[in-house]
Design a protein around this ligand. Structure first.
Ligand code: ADP
Ligand code: MG
Length: 601
């Protein structure tokens, strides 16, 4: 390699920059669509040929570009959106780097026609390999239309990396639906081979757009969320825990209308759902975080898919609080549009509240992974305490949007298959899995803090005859290490000579379990798990195990008073829509579902 240093010609630097900005046809769609939105367009048409690999045309009715400015739009670092560096922290537009058009034009052929509303005629420009080939006045409608062809012709390596046309088209549609979700007021249309494949009308109602874009089935299982603290506002939709997906792809996060992939926000979402979902299941969520532009740095990623928050912890906390608040208050048949006929009893109010506190505690205690994350996200704020206690006074108004109905107020119809309890509700039919329900109730009782307990906390009941158990050394030491957790659950064990323990109490809320069997089974389950658990996970696992053991089984007849007690307990239990393993506690059929099933409409 010869060792001389040269300044690269602009043509080359643009091509290099394009490598970052333009990865595939979908990147072109993203940049052009964002330019259209920045120009205030309310009607955008996207035409894709060969999944965007052949050509892409985006036509908007936005403000257009001044004739003399047109060549400038294709110059590197030329933008109309910022004038000085600090403007970056004030912009509300998608673009500001002035890189997209020159990057795109350096790897393709671009033909643009554009006209400002006040101009009598527009401008047509053709740019090839970064060079303006033709520019002339032209008659055209108000707005801008950009046609991109010969994509990657000059970069054969990139071309090789492109996937099948359908895959590339899928990526383009992803980009479009993401933008559509945060811009309900903009009409969007997608056309391929002259056929309209997507037509999204403008609407004021975000939820309509959500149903169009994500699917109507999601709409049947969502709760709106909304909350603000200081200058951070959070809104959107979360799904009920029974509506899960196998990947995190359906978590849509927006910051100031910009779709982003953000570890912090994803983590906050998953924290709010902690213990509500089965392993490797993910919720569908549309989350809009809005905050003053100065609170977030968008200039950290070439395609601006990542952002950096000035106060990440505040954002994290607000998101967890708002989402966990909504999820803790989940009740059956929530899609009821009218005000709920029934209101929560006092007990359930407390249940919801303690659910919220619980979620926050879970997040502050957080797992080993969480710690790592905090260390990373707050490396510059080391001195700050991570286990923040949340101020209490905001809880009431922030979560005033919660509504719900009470299980105790439902009409009990009977039990089927010895397992499912059938209830008639004002809006439909509800089936409760008695085992899953009882499991969740016991689990939350184990977790209750002694101070918070009004009623039957998991206290120990003294055995008349303490039970002596001798154990293999490994199990003995595991049991000794877990003594405190067990004690919290109401199981008091003490060492009694070498490798022998004596069990003194059993949980009062599990009157029917045989202490020795439970402890042996518990050891069988946990002392072998190779990876050490942190305290919170260990507690959760042990509590879930005990709850499962103590809960009423399937095929167990319940008397009416037993059912009534179960309902009261369920009302007072947060996160009551799933069992600790993530299975649903109840399933509801609204009357409209039933009418559909019976083909009455
Ligand atoms: P940026 O969006 O970062 O400013 P671009 O290279 O994407 O950079 O665009 C350069 C400039 O061209 C923009 O600042 C804007 O003034 C103008 N422009 C691009 N596309 C459009 C459009 N569809 N309508 C109006 N003006 C546009
Ligand atoms: Mg742009």
């Amino acid at each position: 390699m010869p060792g001389r240093i040269v300044v690269l010609p602009e043509e080359l630097t643009n091509k290099i920059a394009a490598g970052e900005v333009v990865e595939r046809p979908a990147s072109i769609v993203k940049e052009l669509l964002e330019n259209a939105l920045d120009a205030g367009a309310t009607d955008v048409t996207i035409e894709l040929e060969k999944g965007g690999c052949g050509s892409t045309r985006i036509t908007d009715n936005g403000e257009g570009i001044e004739c003399e400015d047109v060549p400038l739009a294709f110059a590197r670092y030329a933008t109309s959106k910022i004038y000085q560096f600090d403007d970056i922290y004030r912009v509300s537009s998608f673009g500001f780097r002035g890189e997209a058009l020159p990057s795109i034009a350096s790897i393709s052929r671009v033909e643009m026609v554009t006209r400002k509303r006040e101009s009598v005629s527009g401008t047509r420009v053709i740019v090839e390999a970064g060079q303006v080939k033709e520019i002339a006045a032209a008659g055209c409608p108000v707005g801008t239309s950009v046609l991109v062809t010969r994509i990657f012709d000059s970069v054969p390596v990139r071309k090789k990396f492109l996937k099948a046309e359908m895959t590339e088209q899928g990526h383009c549609l992803d980009v479009i639906t993401r933008a559509a979700l945060s811009h309900p007021e903009v009409k969007m249309k997608v056309v391929t081979r002259g056929k309209e494949i997507l037509n999204i009308p403008a609407t004021q109602d975000v939820s309509l757009r959500v149903s169009l874009v994500i699917g109507a089935d999601f709409m049947d299982h969502i709760l709106p969320v909304k909350g603000t603290r200081d200058n951070i506002s959070v809104s959107g939709f979360v799904c009920r825990p029974e509506f899960t997906r196998s990947s995190a792809r359906h978590i849509y996060c927006y910051v100031n209308k910009r779709f982003i992939r953000d570890y912090l926000l994803n983590h906050a979402v998953m924290t709010a759902y902690r213990r509500l979902l089965a392993v490797r299941r993910y919720p569908a969520v549309v989350l809009f975080v809005d905050l003053p532009p100065g609170e977030v740095d968008v200039n950290v990623h070439p395609a601006k898919m990542e952002v950096r928050f000035r106060n990440p912890r505040d954002v994290y906390e607000v998101v967890v609080r708002v989402l966990a608040g909504a999820l803790a208050g989940i009740s059956p048949i929530a899609e009821t549009p009218a005000a709920p006929v029934l209101s929560w009893g006092r007990g359930s109010q407390e249940g919801r509240r303690s659910g919220l506190e619980e979620a926050l505690r879970r997040y502050t205690v957080s797992s080993g992974k969480g710690k790592l994350f905090f260390e990373r996200a707050f490396a510059d704020k080391k001195e700050e305490q991570v286990d923040a206690a949340m101020p209490e006074e905001t809880a009431e108004e922030d979560f005033a949007f919660l509504t719900g109905i009470s299980f105790a107020d439902l009409e009990y119809v009977g039990q089927v298959a010895g397992t499912y309890l059938v209830f008639s509700a004002p809006e439909g039919l509800i089936l409760v899995d008695q085992h899953a329900a009882h499991e969740r109730i016991l689990f939350e009782k184990f977790r209750e803090k002694p101070s918070a307990s009004g009623g039957e906390k998991a206290v120990g009941q003294r055995l008349l005859m303490p039970e002596v158990i001798s154990l293999p050394p490994k199990d003995f030491s595991f049991l000794m290490e877990s003594r405190q957790v067990l004690e919290e659950a109401g199981i008091e064990v003490e060492p009694f000579g070498k490798d022998t323990v004596v069990v003194k109490t059993v949980p009062a809320i599990l009157p029917n379990v045989e202490s020795k069997t439970v402890i042996m089974d518990l050891l069988g389950e946990f002392s072998e798990t190779g990876h050490p658990l942190n305290l919170q996970d260990k507690k959760d696992k042990i509590f879930a195990f005990l709850a499962c053991r103590g809960a009423v089984k399937a095929n167990q007849r319940l008397s009416a008073p037993e059912v009534a007690k179960l309902c009261r307990d369920l009302d007072a239990t947060p996160f009551s829509s799933t069992c600790p393993h993530g299975r649903p506690v109840y399933i509801s059929f609204s009357f409209s579902d039933m009418e559909r099933m019976f083909k009455r409409r």
